[in-house]
Design a protein around this ligand. Structure first.
Ligand code: ATP
Length: 305
């Protein structure tokens, strides 16, 4: 059974079609990176998944329950932390967690135990008696995550959890996500691709309101394995570009003077062919380096194609 399943979600606001066709399914635990440019439709999708907005058409299921029809049940299964979680700033972190526990109708003992467990997990236990108003952005985000976990949800939804944070805050929140993802499914929107590349096991790309791709990270990387070879050669009169252009495995050749960047179809075949060609034409090289496509290059290719 899928943990999260969006089926043909569409949403219009007056004349604006925010979502056209958002369809994807996620199974199992781990971190899902939900990627898209500004205005692609990430927040609208997240608001529908968490039951905060209704789609114009289409359905969302969380652990098999329809978000619109089984709203009460879904509340137990989803934890949600918005980009800028709001708190009562005069409260301490501990008071806040107790307050949230009461909203979820947990018993006193359970609230106390859960508060200790979650504040420790999220690295805020030492600061539990401090007023939230004095917390850094990263601490507030981690407290927002702790709060979202009070009800032991199977799905944790995070809207841009690191975008507004400084490098230290981002590091702490990503470390926390890394720790949590073995116990639950984390659906996290972001446009910071370096960060998502570090923690995500599955990628969903949305553009102009439609999902373009939904794939496990390792599969995605190997299907876009189209890699590049960076090569610097010693000065020569041999026309290397013309030689490379006769071999289909070298798809695109960029060069500036003696430095070449060669986009390859099959990196294995290219890695065999290129040294042979260099040797047979008596070309010496000073630098030879293979670079795999990173998530940013993959994202640009998917969105631009
Ligand atoms: N309440 C609304 N009324 C009108 N248009 C809206 C509303 N909410 C969203 N939109 C439009 O829907 C589209 C998708 O917006 P959304 O906020 O979901 O994108 P996003 O991917 O989260 O962008 P960002 O990264 O900038 O937050 C945008 O064109 C936006 O202007």
């Amino acid at each position: 059974m899928s943990i999260l399943e969006c089926n043909k979600l569409a949403k219009t606001f007056g004349d604006v079609q925010s979502l056209k066709d958002v369809s994807f399914a996620i199974e199992g635990k781990g971190c899902i990176g939900f990627l898209g440019a500004n205005g692609a439709g990430k927040t609208t999708t997240i608001r529908i998944i968490t039951g905060l907005a209704k789609p114009t058409s289409g359905t969302v299921k969380v652990v098999g329950y329809d978000v619109m029809k089984d709203a009460l049940h879904i509340r137990k299964e989803i934890g949600y932390c918005p980009q800028a979680p709001a708190f009562y700033n005069d409260m301490t972190a501990e008071q806040w967690m107790h307050w949230v526990g009461k909203i979820f109708k947990l018993g006193k003992k359970e609230i106390a135990a859960r508060t200790e467990e979650l504040l420790k997990l999220c690295g805020i236990w030492e600061a539990r008696h401090r007023a939230i108003g004095g917390f850094s952005g990263g601490m507030k985000q981690r407290l927002g995550i702790a709060q979202a976990l009070i009800n032991r949800p199977k799905l944790l939804v995070l809207d841009e959890p690191v975008s507004a944070l400084d490098p230290m805050g981002r590091y702490d929140v990503l470390k926390l996500i890394e720790k949590l993802k073995s116990d639950m499914t984390i659906f996290m929107s972001t446009h910071i691709l370096d960060d998502v590349e570090r923690v995500a096991d599955h990628i969903v790309i949305i553009d102009k309101g439609s999902v373009l791709l939904s794939q496990p990270m390792d599969e995605l990387k190997s299907s876009y394995k189209e890699s590049m070879i960076h090569l610097t050669i010693e000065p020569t009169t041999v026309d290397l570009v013309s030689i490379l252009q006769t071999e289909p495995v070298f798809k695109k050749i960029h060069h500036e003077g003696n430095s070449f960047t060669i986009e390859c179809g099959d990196i294995g075949a290219a890695n065999e062919k290129l040294p042979q060609l260099l040797v047979s034409h008596g070309i010496r090289f000073t630098n030879y380096r293979v670079a795999e496509a990173n998530l940013e290059q993959i994202f640009m290719k998917v969105v631009q194609s």
